[in-house]
Unconditional design. Structure first.
Length: 100
């Protein structure tokens, strides 16, 4: 949990080590993939920290995100599956959402 917090704060949080527009060694997409993998730990506190990290990314850099949105959605799906296991076996369908 602490590693996730430090990673997200150092890359896109208030503790950004490179200033306003960071030159990162690893892309946001790659960091999001690592956060997604962290949710496999089975720890709800880890999943919640990942959720807060993604929230921080979207709030601070949401307007700059382009290719990262697919990774954001994948990460959020992994968090949802961890926090609500019943959602993993019954994901919402796009056509069902448009019918309501």
């Amino acid at each position: 949990r602490g590693a996730i917090f430090l990673l997200s704060m150092a890359t896109w949080g208030s503790g950004n080590i490179s200033g306003r527009r960071p030159t990162q060694r690893y892309s946001r997409t790659r960091i999001l993939a690592a956060l997604t993998a962290a949710t496999a730990s089975g720890e709800k506190t880890v999943a919640l920290e990942v959720l807060m990290s993604v929230d921080r990314l979207v709030r601070t850099a949401g307007k700059e995100l382009q290719l990262e949105w697919a990774a954001v959605c994948e990460t959020l799906s992994a968090v949802l599956a961890q926090l609500d296991p019943s959602s993993a076996s019954n994901p919402p369908r796009a056509d069902a959402a448009s019918a309501s």
